[in-house]
Ligand binder design. Structure first.
Ligand code: IZC
Ligand code: ZN
Length: 420
């Protein structure tokens, strides 16, 4: 088979090399090919190697020169709250001065403030704001994004958020996977009747499922938000409806959400800043991806998740961005990787597995993307760097040169390539 595109002059190509979920010590294992090329046809990888790519070319083959820079698979952000109205800088100083995140929520701000703004916003407004955020993520090398609802807390607005994600998936080059998260907070109108809100949410599950608006259901299991018992009730029903399930757990307190996630076969359990050693062992014996979100620890000035201990116990680690207006207001996924390096003390190969193949597995996309293997979509990033460690070391800046999704160039010299 002949390539329609050859990417050549790659200084080093880095790619995961194991069947996911990649766990424990295996996370430090990747393939590195020096003086590499990628051969692509119809958006798929048909060859990866070093040196001579002669057998892949004919007179129709085009070339893209990596100019002696490095290549990695397109980054996959498995946890974002992409679609929302407004921002929360009005709470920023309060948070800096020490008011806890959950106190702001208790006072009717936090998530509920964003709910007000999301309910007021039109679908178009939400779409344009999220489109710009997706552009930003793409410029940092992210080619697949999971996006949660959860700022409607009523069927109409939750559907509006999910529809925005659906349209973005059609219009924007970044691949999107949608998650329904009405279990993000109890809305004000149900403040004194949380059971009725949960009941309503359970009734809405089949509606969302039948409309194909989400693949998974997520819940914020935390002190003062949703209990483990409530999470069990809601996620069990979600599974019965046909959804995959996942959880926000142990962000602030360790309530036992990890045990429930493992029991339910959750695709991921996320945050884990307060996880116990015992729960790490439960995770290690499961195929649930443990997503750590270091950008949130940084912003909230909280302890970082004990990712090294999780790896020692054999957990399948993921690293995600958690872009949201309240606890991680940044689309800079390279900064998240740099925090994973500097604060979680993860190694470059561990960070690569945790931002490519493991999140691909979590999202059910590991046959499609997440590594540079023959048969997969040609989703890759060219970093203006001589090695992967350099990208983690030189922090706070964008190392992206070019990005390709399904073999199509979508970023060129750090500029989005717009379709005419
Ligand atoms: O809007 O505060 N943690 N959900 C759970 C969030 C943070 C998002 C927010
Ligand atoms: Zn989150």
């Amino acid at each position: 088979m002949k390539a329609d595109l050859i990417v050549h002059q790659i200084k080093t190509l880095y790619t995961p090399n194991q069947v996911p979920p990649v766990k424990g010590k295996d996370l430090n294992n990747i393939t590195m090919i020096d003086d590499a090329f990628l051969a692509i046809k119809d958006g798929k990888i048909i060859g990866v190697g070093t040196g001579d790519y002669h057998k892949f070319i004919d007179e129709n083959t085009k070339y893209h020169d990596a100019e002696n820079n490095i290549v990695i698979p397109g980054l996959i952000d498995g946890h974002t709250h992409l679609v929302h109205g407004g921002s929360r800088e009005s709470e920023y100083v309060k948070l800096q001065m020490g008011t806890p995140y959950l106190d702001i929520l208790k006072q009717g701000g936090g998530i509920l403030g964003t709910v007000d703004k999301t309910r007021k916003a039109t679908l178009n407004e939400l779409y344009h704001k999220a489109y710009n955020s997706l552009d930003e993520m793409l410029l940092f090398g992210v080619t697949t994004v999971e996006a949660k609802s959860g700022y409607g807390l009523d069927l109409e607005t939750e559907e509006k958020q999910l529809l925005v994600t659906k349209r973005l998936n059609e219009d924007h080059p970044v691949r999107l996977i949608s998650t329904y998260m009405a279990a993000h907070a109890i809305p004000r109108e149900f403040k004194d009747n949380r059971r009725a809100y949960i009941e309503q949410m359970l009734n809405d599950l089949p509606v969302i499922y039948e409309k194909g608006l989400a693949e998974a259901v997520d819940i914020f299991c935390e002190t003062g938000v949703f209990s483990v018992e409530e999470a069990s009730h809601i996620l069990t029903k979600a599974k019965e409806t046909g959804f995959k399930v996942k959880m926000h757990a142990d962000e602030i307190d360790s309530l036992g959400g990890v045990g429930l996630a493992v029991e339910l076969g959750a695709v991921s359990v996320d945050h884990l800043m307060a996880i116990t050693d015992e729960d790490m062992e439960k995770l290690a014996n499961s195929n649930t991806i443990a997503n750590v979100l270091p950008g949130t620890s940084f912003y909230l000035k909280k302890d970082y998740a004990r990712a090294r201990a999780m790896i020692d116990k054999g957990v399948a680690l993921g690293i995600a961005g958690d872009y949201n207006p309240g606890s991680c207001p940044t689309e800079n996924f390279q900064l998240i990787m740099q925090l994973a390096s500097n604060q979680l003390k993860l190694l470059p190969a561990e960070i690569l597995n945790a931002t490519t193949i493991n999140p691909a597995y979590q999202l059910g996309l590991d046959q499609t993307t997440g590594s540079l293997d023959v048969g997969k979509d040609a989703d890759f990033v060219i970093f203006n760097a001589e090695n992967l460690t350099y990208v983690l070391y030189h922090y706070g800046v964008n190392h992206t040169k070019d990005v390709f999704i399904k073999g199509k160039q979508v970023v060129s010299n750090r500029q989005i390539v717009r379709e005419l």
